[in-house]
Design a protein around this ligand. Structure first.
Ligand SMILES: *Cc1c(COP(=O)(O)O)cnc(C)c1O
Length: 411
């Protein structure tokens, strides 16, 4: 009989950070905090220090850490059924798909796991639609995308990224994509032709620094794609599910895309859940065997996803994002000229350009960490603020106070 090894002595944050370097790929440069537990908008590190989470897992935690309704849904499902594969039906999938279709005003759902898989699936479906429905000659379909995009990390997706760090060293790339400037309808019009399967866009570019297009752009994209006979695919993986004050960011312009890509918050911060949600005519192009996923739409994912849909059906979180967004906007307005150069905000989501003389986004993040606030930089001196939608106005004020203090302390 072998004895179980003695439990390792608990390690400090510093020891755990050091322990990662030799055994973990260095594809991230995390802030030096080691989180051990969390609840709502708060996380706690190994030493018991508490931090307000203003990143919320890049909006995967829109409902906060361990929302009781979502944790309860997961627990209940864990005790009953977790995985069948799609080789069999299971009793949670129909309800999840019905709820998600109704929530988005679309017809059919293709469940996947990660955001990148939803984008890949959207690309495949758009191409197949172009051949089967639109009549584009074989292997000639193009997809028009925007500069500054972020759609994920797979080989095909980085093929149409304009971020050299994300691309360099990963070629050869997948052909069939045209890149146009974001927020430029004339350039889009020029790029669309008879081979165009789809225009694929983020309604707000998150990783680019919460870049919000001009009013009318999304409606213009809708009108242009309808006229050109191609699909409008909206990547709402970060912008969707309550973050901007509406269920989807396209709702601000009353636009219904042909295809909506969802992920991040769809898994409630518990499991990876993503989906392609589309008009029937689009998703109907898929037949058995042409696409799939072992884990996509699994019972645990469907149970959590259904609970997420139910939370959003109440409108409470969309309302909170709007109301707290006003608090965030007022707080940031007051900091313009006091370390903040400019900011862009919609709902409870802001990209904040800090005076580069004060520090890089990374340095601001490190200083905010010492004040008990977690944020993530994007490019240069831009930080993004996207707290859980469950944060209170008081907590948000507290975080803004920390930002004011950090900016006032100067370079
Ligand atoms: C995060 C993100 C993705 C990729 O999602 P993963 O789950 O990390 O693969 C795709 N599109 C947008 C807009 C995102 O923000």
């Amino acid at each position: 009989m072998t004895l179980a090894p003695a439990p390792r002595a608990a390690r400090s944050s510093a020891e755990l950070i050091d322990a990662e370097a030799p055994v973990l790929a260095h594809n991230y440069h995390p802030l030096p905090v080691v989180v051990a537990s969390a609840e709502g908008a708060w996380v706690e590190d190994v030493e018991g220090r508490r931090y307000l989470d203003l990143l919320a897992g890049y909006s995967a935690l829109n409902f906060g850490h361990r929302h009781p309704v979502l944790v309860e849904a997961a627990h209940r499902q864990l005790d009953r059924l977790t995985l069948t594969s799609r080789a069999f039906h299971h009793d949670r999938l129909a309800g999840f798909a019905e709820g998600l279709a109704a929530l988005t005003g679309l017809d059919m759902v293709l469940p996947m796991n990660t955001g990148a898989e939803a984008v890949e699936s959207g690309v495949k479906v758009a191409r197949k639609w172009a051949y089967d429905v639109k009549g584009v000659p074989g292997d000639r379909a193009t997809i028009v995308v925007a500069a500054g995009n972020f759609h994920g990390r797979t080989t095909t997706i980085v093929s149409f990224s304009t971020d050299e760090t994300a691309r360099a060293g990963f070629g050869p790339f997948t052909p069939g994509f045209r890149v146009v400037p974001y927020n430029d309808l004339a350039a889009l019009e020029e790029a669309v032709d008879g081979t165009t399967a789809a225009v694929l866009l983020e309604p707000i570019q998150g990783e680019a620094g919460v870049v919000i297009p001009d009013d009318g752009y999304l409606a213009g994209v809708r009108e242009l794609t309808r006229r050109a006979g191609c699909l409008f695919v909206a990547d709402e993986i970060q912008s969707g599910l309550g973050r901007t004050g509406r269920t989807l960011a396209v709702d601000h312009e009353g636009v219904v895309p042909d295809v909506v890509l969802l992920g991040k918050a769809l898994g409630g911060g518990i499991v990876p859940v993503s989906a392609v949600v589309a008009r029937r005519e689009v998703l109907e192009v898929l037949h058995p065997g042409e696409h799939g996923s072992t884990f996509g739409g699994n019972p645990l994912a469907a149970a959590v996803g259904s609970a997420v849909v139910e939370l959003l059906e109440t409108g409470e979180f969309q309302r909170r994002a709007t109301e707290l967004g006003a608090v965030l906007r007022d707080g940031l307005d007051a900091l313009v000229g006091k370390g903040v150069v400019a900011f862009r905000a919609r709902g409870l989501w802001a990209g904040v350009d800090v005076d580069p003389a004060i520090g890089t986004g990374r340095e601001i993040g490190e200083r905010l960490l010492r004040e008990g606030v977690l944020v993530k930089d994007t490019h240069g001196s831009t930080i993004r603020i996207a707290p859980p939608l469950t944060i209170t106005a008081e907590e948000l004020q507290e975080a803004l106070g920390a930002l004011e203090k950090v900016l006032a302390s100067g370079a």
